[in-house]
Design a protein around this ligand. Structure first.
Ligand SMILES: Cc1cc2nc3c(=O)[nH]c(=O)nc-3n(C[C@H](O)[C@H](O)[C@H](O)COP(=O)(O)OP(=O)(O)OC[C@H]3O[C@@H](n4cnc5c(N)ncnc54)[C@H](O)[C@@H]3O)c2cc1C
Length: 686
């Protein structure tokens, strides 16, 4: 043993007593508990309320929360949902009295040995030991997924299987030799419900009104109290009390099949005690059914990343590159290739597969009214696009979308791959609440998207269409339907790279033909691919914020530096407007700042501590190497009094504090700004 971490706050609790204590607390505050009463069916009523059928009669409910543990799939099935959950067998063993343990004056702390992959604690005068087997050895109870949980299965246990955990028992005996002399007096083997990524699913579920879930708890005892409070606060306040986006049940969708869930649960269980890396990729269950039209063509040419079921190129290989996924806390094999792709976009032109974007069509008589109420920005004119934010009633950022009015009253809304159903649920809820007459179509799986960006983007696309793509005719943030090489696309002049670029929305079955036509047309200009790592470096240099990093439901748009997109003066009373006015009046306590850092072979990723005068005063939200400034770059939240340009700070990376300084953003001007300055005769800084 080289080192250990001691947490004096660690402990253990009897789950039965905890459950009873929580129930007593709930009763004290007016909850009515009937136990045991089985829910046998669920019926949704046209007003959004529920009829919950039980042997004791029907209970009417405004909303229901599925908290049925390993029965949660069965409850979901009652309303046509297939929750991606699977029970896994987990075992722990309890030993007889061990004299050395009995002689202890204070109770042993809970010991976790990551290498041996087990936890161990004192149980009376003996020890209790629970291992996590490797993904090959662990056991899934998949028959419960295919055939359902056997009726009546309650507190029963599975047949113990000590052979399966023998290597962990041996590892524990090495670490804690007194175990060698102890007898195993009890083995507990029970079902734990796993979601694919082992995190629970907590919150309202998209597609079913007033149906909430708190399911998929691999560690449900430790999470129970916190999750109960989080859920009840959300229900009472109408918005999440704080950001727990990782637990959003809507991160899963139709693509999370039983096969996928089983493969992922196996992997997640086996990885319980492994070291996680930045930019981590896990490969079980991939690819899913949800692949882009370019997947087969690109899969061997790049390192793919997994985004809500999709495979999206992170970076592309060239001869001489060390290929594949090489995890590290430091820069690794992707670093130079990403620099090459960065240069490609800045100096020539690059193509990126953006098909994982969430895409919705919204139309109908009330579409303008709806979007004016939902978004803090103004509704774009016909043929125009803008970046818009949906705020919570308390004025926090719920989502960021690109909104285009394609024809009068017909809109296309685009969001990131990770927020598709998260955003759709919020929009649908508002439609119902306000009885808006609109139709919403989720086009995510049918539509492909290609991004083309760089100085030659116009020149190349112009070869494929008779439409005039010149700056005068197709301005920045304009959108229109056109044909490229006879393929119908909706083109938006926008690019998250901040360079001259278009996003081309098209039928997924046309992706390959469109991609080939663009690559062919760009031969002379030296067109090439780029991936999301280069995109991240490009957007950070331009000072573009990312949803989920710089903004989420813990941040308001003013502290996030998004004032430009928030129109407090627009007539519509958009959600969050009043709260935001108050926030503005009171003044901001913290601000998002733009930092350059002096580092060595490591870059910030987000969530690192920011230090000043020996104290942690904030945290980074995202970061990257800036290939133009040749130094690391990060966004961070710091107190307002420490947020001025020039302020010196430190950022902690891998246990070391590196010097950082707040600089004026952006580091590199966007192409539209450069053009505007050029037209005015000013020299742009690039
Ligand atoms: C061997 C083992 C060791 C574990 N160790 C730990 C640990 O150290 N720390 C930790 O945090 N977690 C641990 N867990 C996991 C923990 O037990 C679970 O995560 C937790 O119990 C899940 O809580 P839950 O409320 O989601 O589901 P459950 O505890 O399963 O509760 C679900 C409830 O829903 C009820 N229900 C189901 N269907 C219906 C229906 N149709 N109508 C009405 N009621 C219904 C059930 O009767 C049950 O009361 C362990 C689990 C096992 C098996």
């Amino acid at each position: 043993v080289l080192a250990g971490l001691y947490n004096p706050g660690d402990g253990h609790i009897d789950p039965y007593s905890l459950t009873m204590a929580l129930a007593a607390g709930a009763r004290k505050y007016g909850a009515q508990l009937n136990y045991p009463v089985q829910v046998t069916n669920l019926n949704s009523r046209s007003d959004g309320t529920w009829e919950v059928e039980t042997p004791l009669g029907i209970i009417r409910a405004k909303r229901i929360v599925n908290t049925a543990g390993f029965w949660a799939r069965e409850i979901g099935k009652m309303i046509g949902l297939q929750h991606p959950l699977i029970p896994v067998h987990h075992q722990y063993v309890v030993t007889s009295t061990i004299p050395e343990v009995k002689a202890l004056k204070t109770e042993l702390p809970v010991i976790r040995d990551l290498e041996g992959s087990y936890y161990l604690r004192q149980e009376r005068d003996g020890l209790l030991f629970g291992p996590y087997e490797s993904e090959e050895k662990m056991k899934l109870q998949d028959s419960w997924v295919t055939n359902g949980v056997p009726p009546g299965f309650g507190k029963e246990l599975f047949e113990p299987d000590l052979d399966r955990i023998m290597e962990h028992i041996e590892a524990a005996m090495e670490m804690v030799p007194v175990l060698k002399n102890a007898d195993i007096i009890n083995t507990i083997a029970g079902p734990i419900t796993y979601s694919p990524d082992i995190l629970p699913m907590v919150g309202p579920h998209q597609g079913v009104r007033n149906y909430w879930v708190a399911i998929g708890f691999g560690y449900g005892i430790i999470h129970a109290g916190g999750i109960g409070k989080y859920l009840s606060d959300w229900i009472l306040q109408g918005e999440p009390p704080f950001d727990l986006i990782e637990l959003d049940p809507n991160r899963y969708g139709k693509w999370t099949t039983t096969e996928y869930t089983a493969a992922k649960a196996r992997e997640s269980y086996g990885f319980n005690n492994i070291v996680g890396y930045p930019k981590e990729e896990r490969f079980a269950g991939r690819p899913t059914e949800r692949t882009s039209g370019l997947y087969d063509l690109l899969k061997s040419k790049c390192s793919m990343g997994f985004h809500t079921g999709w495979e999206q190129p992170h970076w592309f290989y060239k001869p001489g590159d060390e290929t594949g996924y090489k995890p590290s806390f430091r820069r690794t094999n992707w670093f130079d290739p990403v620099g090459r792709e960065y240069k490609q976009v800045m100096e020539k032109v690059g193509v990126i597969d953006l098909s994982p974007f969430g895409k919705f069509k919204v139309k109908g008589t009330d579409s303008v009214k709806l979007l004016d109420h939902l978004f803090a920005n103004v509704v774009p004119k016909v043929g125009s696009t803008n970046i818009s934010h949906m705020l919570t009633p308390r004025g926090k950022v719920y989502a960021e979308l690109t909104v285009s009015q394609l024809s009068p009253g017909e809109f296309m809304l685009v969001t990131g791959s990770g927020s598709e159903l998260h955003d759709l649920r919020w929009i649908e809820e508002e439609v119902t609440r306000g009885s808006y007459k609109v139709e919403i179509e989720n086009m995510t799986d049918e539509m492909g998207v290609l991004g083309v960006a760089g100085p030659y983007a116009r020149q190349i696309l112009q070869k494929l269409t008779s439409e005039d793509l010149s700056d005068g005719s197709f301005k920045f943030l304009q959108s229109r339907h056109l044909k490229l090489s006879d393929i119908a696309v909706t083109a938006i002049r926008i690019s998250y790279t901040g360079e001259l670029g278009w996003e081309l929305y098209h039928r997924k079955e046309d992706s390959l033909a469109l991609y080939s036509a663009i690559m062919e047309a760009g031969q002379k200009e030296g067109i090439d691919n780029f991936g999301t790592y280069a995109l991240n470096a490009l957007r950070l240099e331009k000072g573009f914020r990312a949803w989920g990093a710089e903004m989420n439901c813990d941040t308001n748009p003013l502290e996030a530096g998004l004032e430009y997109f928030v129109k407090l003066n627009k007539p519509a009373d958009f959600t969050g407007k009043q709260a935001l006015k108050q926030i503005k009046e009171k003044g901001l306590k913290r601000r998002l700042v733009y930092l350059t850092l002096e580092t060595d072979n490591v870059d910030p990723e987000g969530n690192e501590s920011v230090w000043h005068n020996g104290k942690v005063i904030g945290n980074t939200t995202s970061g990257s190497f800036s290939y133009s400034a040749q130094q690391s770059l990060a966004f961070a939240y710091v107190p307002t009094e420490l947020s001025k340009v020039g302020q010196k700070l430190e950022v902690e990376l891998l246990g070391k504090n590196y010097p950082a300084a707040i600089v004026q953003e952006p580091l590199v001007l966007t192409e539209p700004t450069r053009m505007r300055l050029q037209r005015k005769g000013e020299s742009p800084k690039v």
